[in-house]
Design a protein around this ligand. Sequence first.
Ligand SMILES: Cc1cc2nc3c(=O)[nH]c(=O)nc-3n(C[C@H](O)[C@H](O)[C@H](O)COP(=O)(O)OP(=O)(O)OC[C@H]3O[C@@H](n4cnc5c(N)ncnc54)[C@H](O)[C@@H]3O)c2cc1C
Length: 389
Amino acid sequence: MPNLASWDRTEWDACVIGAGPAGSLAAARLAQRGRRTLLIDKAHFPRPKVCGGCLGSVGLSALGEAGLSLGTLSVAGSPLTSVSIHSGRRHAVLPLRQRQAIARETFDAALLAHARAAGAAVIEGGRAMVGAIEDNFRGVLIHDPHAGRASLRCRVVLIAAGLGASSLAPPDEAIPAIRRPGSRIGAGVTLDAPHGDYPPGRVVMASGRRGEGYVGVARLPDGRLDIAAAFAPDAVAQVGRSLGRLAHRVLESCGLPTPAGLAESDWSAVPTLTQRPARLGAERVLLIGDAAGYVEPFTGEGIGWALRSALEVEPIADRAIDAWRPQAVSDWQRRHHATIGRWQSRCRVVCDLVGGRYATPLVVGVLSAAPWFAAPVLRRIDPMPQTAG
Ligand SMILES: Cc1cc2nc3c(=O)[nH]c(=O)nc-3n(C[C@H](O)[C@H](O)[C@H](O)COP(=O)(O)OP(=O)(O)OC[C@H]3O[C@@H](n4cnc5c(N)ncnc54)[C@H](O)[C@@H]3O)c2cc1C
């Protein structure tokens, strides 16, 4: 990265912190509107991301609305047509519609390239935080151990820096995170594992018998196995860093194959999954994507919600660039609640059922006897999206 000093005191209409799906799509949309937009990520792309790698209908249709598809982004996808949910020796197989397995490294890098092509300036490898208000600008501070620091002036800042990113909010307007008590911890790994045990097309979800949480396995288009989990904090405390052993134990308890090398694999973990910020913004700052609140994933919702939030925030951010109004934050909260918040509430109920210590064997038993019972539930958490008026 070039020396950050050359960026110092530059002025931007919009500065987007975090180039995951939410940040890259939001930056692309604002740049396409002719707004001077800067997208900053602390990572260099392609970068790994803890994720089950399932892109659902909410995400696919948000891409479509933005004039994009996996094809136009040159991202390989393989259709996922069923999910099998396991608890102990019981299991139920349910149909899935409109879901694709994708590798997050390539998907996120392609969206970042799209933002760049749309006209956004991009800084990779710079850690950003929100600074103070100065005249009609919000400050953003970027720091890189090798490239130095820069202080920017931005009409609007979008925080799209993932789970728990409300901590990046300005010191003068701190935004506390509200964590759901007992919320599970997200973790994941990708493994080179031969085809056979986990063929493409099916997501396998295994729920631990002793309340460990659940593990999802999907075959990515490039042949790797994506293994993602939501683990109970006390189960994580028992195994320490050996999350591979915990995943191994959960799969084994369901009689599922355990991929070679899983127990010894090096997992990445993310903070408490179910959390939301007390507010979705501050003066000249709006939160989007996971930063605006997240609930445990079922089989592919978070990317869709992140993309959707980029589309929904766009008109509010665009107006705010011309003239900031304090109501912008409450406007955004209402819109977020009416669209993404609605799906998240439904997803939370399903995850409680599927990942719960006591309810899961019962639920899996009911689903295996009467799979038709699941269809309306799955439809409710993965509907074709409706936008707020
Ligand atoms: C275990 C697990 C499994 C999941 N499985 C699925 C799934 O199968 N399907 C699905 O749709 N969703 C899934 N999700 C959720 C999904 O990964 C997220 O919802 C999605 O990535 C959110 O996108 P985002 O753009 O908001 O944030 P992110 O994708 O997290 O991107 C945030 C970006 O911000 C950058 N950043 C952070 N801090 C800073 C900073 N200070 N300065 C600059 N940059 C910064 C990071 O480097 C990162 O690139 C899963 C999540 C977990 C934890």
